[in-house]
Structure formats: structure tokens, C-alpha cells
Design a protein around this ligand. Structure first.
Ligand SMILES: Nc1ncnc2c1ncn2[C@@H]1O[C@H](COP(=O)(O)OP(=O)(O)OP(=O)(O)O)[C@@H](O)[C@H]1O
Ligand SMILES: [Mg+2]
Length: 381
């Protein structure tokens, strides 16, 4: 049996509700109506609509507020704004609050049917995307279990036996036998490294990190990240200069994974930059976001490679690469940033250097206590 699509109409004008009910009466819909925002939101919770029409101008809580709340309750609900005062500004504002489309009053039956059909198609796409994402996360977890239990444990045992056997037998072994033994050990060590790479690639469980979100001080994140990549930079005589504005807003996040994200980016800058170069890390407030940028003077990334650098296991194959990587860091970093509702982009020019930009939404409710860190360059060698 075909399931009916659930439609909710929130509008204070009876005539609008009646005409919607009439026009949509012959479709495969289950329709509920509400004459104000408060009732509408209660129905969103009880009825779980696929599609919600929201009048922008209603007594009591406004349509804009209703839109915002629907997004909070279930961002997969497709919303369409109905309004008599259709202006570009209100349309843009409604879209920014997550509305899918805009229906100006008065509307014809065909306009309503068409927009309903498009809204439901959009809903189908949203649900399919969510299902795919869930499936991907499940595969990721399943893969993690297989890799760690079925591969890592037996291999660790083999590694252990080999070590003890080699120390036991080494007095009797010929040079050739020793060499072959070492080769076996090297191969096993490489396999172990590969397994750790896989485990690292799947280590971030988005739902888990979200559960631990707290107001987080980005200054601390940056200073911990710099501390972690500093030894590598010192070895290559690379200076890491940082400028973190004093009044940086806190973000709602998980400090550990945010440090990991910045370490991956700054670590790449160290890895893919020549000896004696400079890396600049800057943090500043930008409207409702915290903006972090990491700029290096390294080998850069070719235009054709740039779109792929955030994919799992992607590495650039070139003789210019000073160090070989496993292609996990940036994919992991993007997952971490997106779990924080942030964005990350890369700009680069081959041979000239790269710039990675992260934007994170600020935590608005209450400020956290901020501990000041050194403002001068952290590592000027
Ligand atoms: N700052 C940079 N300058 C030049 N190339 C870079 C830079 N950052 C990333 N890349 C390129 O993008 C690829 C993917 O980066 P990513 O950090 O995901 O993996 P990786 O550094 O190879 O390995 P790891 O998993 O150890 O981080 C790298 O292999 C490198 O070719
Ligand atoms: Mg890397």
C-alpha cells in the first residue's frame, strides 16, 4: 500500500487553509492544519510532516521563528513559505532559515500542486541522502571492527612471535638468514602501519564527538596543535608564526578532535614545505564565525588535484613530494570540521604554497573563560 505524504499547513487565514485543503484533496496526502505558529510547532512534533507550508505573517510567533524551530526539530522536513507580502528580502531571509521555496499569495491551484510536488521530491532526496549517510557510517563502524579484531590482533601476535624468535635465533643465524628475517619484520611493520592508517581514517564517529561538545577556546586548540607539530618544524628549520586575536569567541565543540584537525593541516604545511620556510596561522572573529587560516610556502597543490584532497586515501603522486603520506589527514579533518557545522576550503598554487581556511560557528549562549596564550610567534627559529 502506498504511504501517504504528510503535509502540514500553518496559516492564520481560514481561506488559505480551506483552499489548500480543496486543491490538494485529490492527492495522496494526509493533511493537517494549524492556525498559529504555536499549534503548528506542536503538530510538527506529533505529526512529523514531510512538507510544511508556513505563513510568514501570523499573530503570535512569526513565520520566521516557526521556520527556525522546524529546522531545530527536524532539519529533514521540507518547508515552503506562503506570504502575501512577497518581497525579495523576506524570500531571501526565509531561504536562509532553511525554507525550500516560496509561494506568494494569491496562488493558483496549479501553482500550489506544482510546488507541493517539488517539495515532496526534495523531501525524497533529503531522506535518501540521510539513509546513504547512515549506511556509510554503519559500514565505517563495521569496517573498524573487522580491521581491529580480525586483522590487527592476529598480526600483533605474529609481530610479537617474530621479535622473540629473532632474538632467540640470532646467535645461530647466518647473515643471509638475518637479512631475510629483517625483511619479514619490515613487511609486518608496514602492514601494521597500514592497519593503523585505516583505523585512523575511520576513527571519528561524528555522533560520538557531538555528544561531547562543550564551549571550546580556539586559542587553546591552536596552541596545542602548534605544540604538537613544532618538533617536526624545528627539524626542518621551519618557523610557525601565529596570530590569534585576543577576543576570539568560543565555539561549541570537542577540543581533542579540533586539535587533531589543526594538527593535520599544520602538519601537512610542515611536511610539504621546504627547509627554512614560514607557516602563518591566523585566528580572527568573522561575524558569527571563527576564522582560522593556515598559510604555507610549500610545494602547493595542482589545480587538477585540489578537488580531491579531502577524499579518503587521496595523495598526490609527484616527485616533488618531500615526504610520503597516507592520504587520511584531510579527509579526517573535513569530517571533524563538518561535525562542528563548520566549513573547510583549500586554495593552492603549484610551487607557490597553500592556504587552508576553516570557519566554525561561534557558541552564542554563554562565554567561556579564556586562558591567554603567548601572542608572539610560537616558534621563530
Ligand atoms: N599544505 C600542503 N601542501 C602541499 N600539498 C598538500 C598540503 N596538504 C595536503 N597536500 C596534499 O594532499 C594530500 C592529502 O593530504 P592528507 O593530509 O589527507 O594526507 P597525507 O598528508 O598524504 O597523509 P596523512 O594521512 O599522514 O595526513 C597529500 O598527500 C598532499 O599531496
Ligand atoms: Mg597529512
Amino acid at each position: 500500500m502506498e504511504t501517504l505524504s504528510r503535509i502540514l499547513i500553518i496559516d492564520d487565514e481560514e481561506i488559505v487553509i480551506d483552499s489548500c485543503l480543496q486543491i490538494l484533496a485529490r492527492g495522496n496526502f494526509e493533511i493537517r492544519t494549524a492556525q498559529n505558529g504555536t499549534l503548528g510547532l506542536e503538530m510538527v512534533e506529533d505529526f512529523h510532516p514531510d512538507l510544511a507550508f508556513v505563513d510568514l505573517k501570523m499573530p503570535g510567533i512569526s513565520g520566521f521563528e516557526v521556520l527556525e524551530k522546524i529546522q531545530e526539530i527536524d532539519p529533514a522536513i521540507v518547508t515552503i513559505v506562503i506570504t502575501g507580502f512577497a518581497t525579495i528580502n523576506s524570500a531571501v531571509e526565509a531561504m536562509q532559515l532553511g525554507a525550500f521555496d516560496f509561494l506568494p499569495k494569491p496562488f493558483t491551484p496549479d501553482e500550489l500542486r506544482l510546488i507541493t510536488q517539488r517539495g515532496l521530491e526534495k523531501r525524497k532526496l533529503v531522506l535518501e541522502t540521510l539513509a546513504l549517510r547512515r549506511e556509510k557510517e554503519m559500514l565505517r563502524e563495521h569496517f573498524a571492527a573487522i580491521v581491529s579484531h580480525e586483522l590487527k590482533s592476529p598480526l600483533a601476535a605474529v609481530q610479537q612471535y617474530l621479535y622473540s624468535l629473532s632474538s632467540e635465533l640470532s646467535p645461530q643465524m647466518t647473515e643471509d638468514q638475518m637479512r631475510r628475517f629483517e625483511r619479514i619484520q619490515t613487511r609486518i611493520d608496514e602492514l601494521m602501519k597500514l592497519i593503523h592508517t585505516w583505523l585512523r581514517a575511520i576513527s571519528v564517529n561524528i555522533e560520538n564527538i557531538r555528544e561531547n561538545f562543550q564551549p571550546t577556546d580556539i586559542k587553546v586548540v591552536i596552541s596545542k596543535a602548534i605544540e604538537s607539530v613544532e618538533p617536526h618544524a624545528v627539524r626542518k628549520d621551519i618557523s610557525i608564526n601565529s596570530r590569534v586575536d585576543d577576543d576570539i569567541h568560543p565555539v561549541l565543540g570537542d577540543e581533542g578532535t579540533l586539535v587533531e584537525a589543526v594538527v593535520n593541516i599544520a602538519g601537512n604545511s610542515v611536511k610539504y614545505s621546504p627547509t627554512g620556510s614560514i607557516i602563518q596561522i591566523t585566528v580572527e572573529n568573522q561575524d558569527d564565525q571563527v576564522f582560522i587560516s593556515v598559510i604555507d610556502q610549500g610545494i602547493g597543490i595542482a589545480k587538477e588535484d585540489l578537488p580531491f584532497i579531502f577524499e579518503d586515501f587521496f595523495t598526490v603522486s609527484s616527485d616533488q613530494q618531500p615526504e610520503k603520506g597516507s592520504g587520511v589527514g584531510l579527509a579526517l579533518t573535513r569530517r571533524i570540521i563538518e561535525a562542528h557545522d563548520g566549513t573547510i576550503i583549500a586554495e593552492s598554487e603549484l610551487g607557490k604554497g597553500s592556504k587552508f581556511k576553516i570557519l566554525l560557528p561561534i557558541y552564542k549562549n554563554k562565554p567561556v573563560e579564556v586562558t591567554p596564550i603567548k601572542k608572539e610567534p610560537v616558534n621563530n627559529i
